[in-house]
Design a protein around this ligand. Structure first.
Ligand code: MEV
Length: 428
């Protein structure tokens, strides 16, 4: 490809102590950004974030290279403890890059806020009354009410549903109000919860009922993101086996079908996707539990849990992959602004909007999924996994400094990656 930016794959070739400086050059980071990454969250900052703080807890931050999303080179920071995730994603991004990179689109960032209304005398009448009052309620929330008025975000709709469930010996009918809220570049949880609370007296007056819960839904299915990519069969040639790329393409398609059909496999397949998405979510200070919850609920939307991605062979014999999922990620508000490393992570990515962030995250998820199923459908994941895993085992056994590489190497050579063996090697 001629029109793609130059690959930024040099990071892994430089010693660890020089990598941050190289990254600073690559991503135009300021000295303050570098210091933020180097120092991380201060004890004082941590104390303002959650309760009963006694310490901070560090994890590795690695950088995905080779990633091209919508024609733009992106360095994606990942915070993760698991070996092979960063390397796998960078490798997948390199192959996808040769096929034109990732193309991704995110829907408008519409969140759902839910209000549970009980003891409603006539649910149909209440639904009608709320529908008629909706334009005025939206105007009140967006323009008149100083608590819910916000220059960057706004309520865009109010919908109602009627559901029933068996209570203790009696059927409980509920009117459920969905407040649709454009969260702009934020994830939006606090704003939507504020709006739902502010609306309570108005909904109670309109319905004649009693509002119980008021909280966002993490099934943000108006806020979908899609990404796709192509991996050339020529890049999947198995040199050792002396075969073309086609058998590997076919095996990856078979792996995809397995996950599409079987919930046991889909869960693991989706876990691999979330290895990538969560790692970027954590690096950027996003609520990864919310993203996880939404992803798995969306994967079950037909009533049967299935995979979030799909891999097929195209007319040229190349592999094509796509992902679709809700992704409530923001770049303003919450920890994204408070955590200094999260702010620096967003700068590394060079994303300008929450939608762009979601597009990169979905591309990372698709890349991660490809890396996992390509390995599983060819040599298996253990080979690539083992040397880093062995280092972790060596460290867990008490190895320090040069001992780590030495012990890890021996563990891999022996094919016994166990802490008891690492301890023996250290003792001997
Ligand atoms: C391991 O963290 C993730 C995988 O299990 C994903 C998959 O099986 O597709 C390798």
């Amino acid at each position: 490809m001629t029109n793609q930016p130059t690959p930024k794959s040099k990071l892994r070739d430089v010693p660890v102590q020089d990598r941050l400086n190289l990254l600073a050059q690559m991503a135009n980071l300021s000295e303050a950004d570098v210091a933020a990454l180097r120092n991380g969250l201060s004890f004082e900052q941590a104390d303002h974030m959650v309760e009963n703080v006694v310490a901070t807890y560090a994890l590795p931050l690695g950088i995905v290279t080779n990633l091209v999303v919508n024609g733009r080179e992106v360095l994606a920071p990942m915070v993760i403890e698991e070996p092979s995730v960063v390397a796998g994603c960078s490798f997948a991004a390199k192959l996808a890059r040769a096929g034109g990179g990732f193309t991704a689109t995110a829907d408008a960032p519409i969140m759902i806020g839910q209000m549970q209304v009980l003891d409603v005398p006539d649910i149909n009448q209440a639904r009608q009354a709320i529908a008629e009052a909706t334009p005025e309620l939206i105007e009140w929330l967006n323009v008149q009410n100083p608590i819910t008025r916000d220059p960057y975000t706004r309520t865009v709709g109010i919908e109602t549903r009627s559901i029933s469930g068996m209570g203790v010996g009696t059927v409980i009918h509920m009117l459920i109000v969905h407040v649709l809220y454009d969260a702009g570049d934020a994830m939006g949880a606090n704003m939507i919860n504020t709006v739902c609370e502010a609306l309570t007296p108005r909904i109670e007056a309109l319905s004649g009922g009693r509002v119980n819960l008021r909280i966002l839904s993490n099934l943000a299915d108006h806020r979908l993101v899609r990404a796709k990519c192509r991996v050339l069969a020529a890049d999947l040639v198995d040199e050792k086996a002396g075969t073309s790329g086609l058998p590997v393409v076919n095996r990856i398609v078979e792996a995809s079908l397995f996950a599409e059909i079987d919930p046991y496999r889909a869960t693991t397949h989706n876990k691999g996707i979330m290895n990538g998405i969560d790692a970027v979510a954590i690096a950027t200070g996003n609520d990864w539990r919310a993203i996880e919850a939404g992803a798995h609920a969306y994967a079950s939307r037909t009533g049967r849990y299935t995979s979030l991605t799909r891999w097929r062979i195209n007319d040229e014999g190349d592999l094509t992959g796509e992902i679709e999922m809700p992704l409530a990620a923001g770049m303003v508000g919450g920890a994204t602004r408070v955590h200094p490393s999260a702010r620096a992570a967003l700068k590394i990515m060079g994303v300008k909007t929450g939608r762009e962030l979601a597009e990169v995250m979905a591309s990372v998820g698709l890349a991660q999924n490809f890396a996992a199923i390509r390995a599983l459908a060819s040599e298996g994941i253990q080979r690539g996994h083992m040397s880093l895993h062995a280092r972790q085992v060596a460290m867990a056994a008490g190895a320090n400094g040069d001992q780590i590489e030495r012990v890890a190497k021996q563990l891999v050579q022996e094919g016994i990656i166990r802490i008891d063996r690492a301890k023996e090697i250290l003792a001997g």
